[in-house]
Design a protein around this ligand. Structure first.
Ligand code: NAP
Length: 262
């Protein structure tokens, strides 16, 4: 069934923006969260032009109280049947660096993990009580196996993978579907900040179409590209030191953080 009331975090850019546009049409309510007012207004105008009703939440996903207040109020007006916890940043290490900045590590845990909890927690009981809807987590192939270039990013995504699996076991018994999206390289500002080879990279619009199709089919895992995902899964069963050696050969430069300096 086509969802009619949709919450998307990180809707002001990249995959979240593309998802908002993919779902925007007459009869659809979009609750869009991000921090950048200008980019939020821009996506709102584009979604409204496609016929959707839009409500903007200029919020930091780390703000538990503000998130709960805004999400609960929006859910009371338009009970959500699709919730996509997408907002995220990346952090990493330059070649030769040994340790990530502690502040950057805490910022990414706050956004990529606590921000995800702040998104879904206010809705678990209401959606469970309604016995309907879908909750979607945006993970990453980097969450399947730890990579030496981005320890904290991988840790946040692995945690999101585990959390979504746990939630699936509980929520699906109540009629709420839980899906985990595991993307490879998707061309977005996040991805563009990383210097490395990006095999099988796709556009944000292509990613949104794959996600929408997978969700329509009620898939528990929506992973793309399949070959990269299978390789990541394989790397988990191969001898760990062999995989470490292979990983050490790739040159990857990731910014210390994408978190805004305020
Ligand atoms: N692109 C890839 O190759 C790739 C691959 C695997 C997984 N992913 C995952 O996909 C998700 C979306 O990433 P993207 O590539 O689309 O990145 P992006 O274009 O940089 O967009 C990130 C979004 O997250 C929002 N955001 C960041 N921090 C926030 C905060 N504290 N509070 C509220 N919103 C915040 C940003 O909004 P504001 O700037 O307005 O705050 C923006 O809308 C992330 O979870 C990422 O880890 C991406």
């Amino acid at each position: 069934m086509q969802p009619r009331s949709i919450l998307i975090t990180g809707a002001s850019s990249g995959i979240g923006r593309a998802l908002a546009l993919t779902y925007a049409r007459h009869g659809v309510f979009l609750a869009l969260i991000g921090r950048d007012r200008e980019r939020l207004e821009d996506i709102a105008a584009a979604a409204r032009a496609q016929g959707a009703e839009v409500s903007l939440g200029q919020l930091d996903v780390r703000d538990q109280e503000a998130m709960a207040r805004w999400i609960t109020a929006a859910d009371a007006r338009h009970p959500f049947d699709l919730v996509i916890a997408n907002a995220g940043i990346t952090t990493g290490l330059a070649p030769g660096d040994l340790a990530e900045e502690p502040a950057a590590v805490r910022a990414i845990l706050g956004i990529n993990l606590i921000g995800v909890l702040n998104t879904v927690e206010p809705l678990l009981r209401p959606m469970g009580a309604r016995g309907a809807g879908q909750i979607v987590f945006i993970g990453s192939i980097a969450g399947v196996r730890g990579l030496p270039y981005a320890p904290a990013y991988c840790a946040t995504k692995a945690a999101v993978h585990a959390y979504s699996e746990s939630l699936r076991g509980r929520m699906e018994a109540r009629g709420v579907r839980v899906s985990l999206v595991i993307p490879g390289f998707v061309k977005t500002p996040l991805n563009e900040s990383i210097e490395t080879m990006k095999p099988l990279e796709i556009s944000a619009t292509q990613a949104a179409v794959l996600i929408q199709r997978g969700l329509k089919r009620g898939r528990a895992i929506i992973a793309f590209p399949r070959s990269l995902y299978c390789l990541a899964r394989l790397s988990r069963v191969l001898p760990v030191r062999c995989v470490d050696k292979v990983m050490a050969h790739f040159k990857v430069i990731i910014p210390k953080t994408q978190e805004r300096i305020r």
